[in-house]
Design a protein around this ligand. Structure first.
Ligand code: PDD
Length: 280
């Protein structure tokens, strides 16, 4: 596989980053994941806008222009022959030399890494036909989940808890209400209304979420942006999650309780179709 590191395209085993890099020792780094379908980048503009938002929130300087990021993404798709898959992009505050809690001087060069993950048939994921099962667990992440940092240990722990319980993923709960999934935004559907938590510092502002809500409104579906409880979710007609890698993924079970009929619901199924049609 060919990867990108600081302007160079290299074989993956030649791409090396310093052990002093702040991404490594401080998780002082942000990332984006963009999907590729049929060789085409999905929602690239949205991911670039959020990348800048994350960098602004952390006083990180933007190392490349949108055009340069786009060129690098396209180059990796071509060089690795990606039909369907994901492109991972990470920017760290670079290598200051010594470990220090204070940010290094602003002229410290950031580290920019990009790599591809090939996922043939990504849009035909069989899980979308069956739906996934989630558990609920406490949301113990930090208070700025709107910044897409690489501090992903707690979501990893929650995912492992889900797997240990025979489920696929976890929904995180704070003050009795669902924030989001480990790596996706969470929704329920009740009486024809799509309900998903409103944007704030408590959740990541999903790029797929923005697109799906726009398509839902265009299709005259009712949308309510507010928090909901796990009990309300268990009692809903449908549930689903969205992300760049899962698109729209139905949720059919929460904490062992079937949601609706226990099969992917009509709203989730329709939104998945619309999203895939419109973004390709
Ligand atoms: N995760 N919420 C969290 C906590 C996420 O990590 C993600 C994305 C989302 C959905 O955002 P988007 O629609 O922009 O992908 C919501 C990516 C896919 C990941 O970490 O792999």
């Amino acid at each position: 596989r060919t990867v990108y590191l600081n302007g160079d395209y290299l074989p993956e085993d030649e791409a090396k980053v310093s052990i002093f890099d702040r991404g490594f020792v401080m998780a002082d780094a942000i990332y984006e994941v963009t999907s590729v379908l049929g060789g085409k980048l999905i929602d690239f503009g949205g991911h670039m806008a959020r990348l800048k938002r994350s960098m602004d929130a952390l006083d990180m300087q933007n190392p490349l222009s949108d055009d340069e990021f786009l060129t690098a993404h396209r180059e990796l798709v071509t060089r690795n022959g990606i039909e369907d898959g994901l492109i991972y992009l990470q920017v760290t505050r670079g290598n200051p030399g010594d470990r220090d809690f204070a940010y290094p001087p602003a002229d410290t060069a950031p580290t920019v890494v990009m790599f591809t993950q090939s996922k043939p048939g990504l849009a035909d994921n069989p899980a979308a036909k069956q739906g996934i099962r989630v558990i609920s667990t406490e949301d113990l992440r930090w208070g700025r989940r709107d910044i897409k940092t690489v501090q992903l240990l707690y979501p990893s722990m929650a995912k492992m808890e889900a797997k240990a319980k025979g489920a696929d993923d976890a929904w995180l709960v704070e003050d009795g209400r669902v924030t989001e999934g480990t790596s996706n935004n969470a929704y329920i559907v009740k009486g024809g209304t799509i309900i998903t938590r409103e944007l704030s510092h408590d959740i990541l502002h999903g790029i797929t979420r923005a697109a799906v809500l726009r398509f839902a409104k265009e299709a005259q579906m009712k949308v309510e942006e507010r928090a909901f409880t796990i009990d309300e979710a268990k009692d809903a007609d449908e549930a689903f999650v969205t992300s760049a890698s899962a698109f729209v993924m139905p949720v059919v079970e929460i904490d062992g309780v079937s949601v609706g009929q226990g099969t992917p619901g009509p709203a989730a199924t329709r939104l998945r179709e619309i999203y895939l049609d419109e973004s390709r």
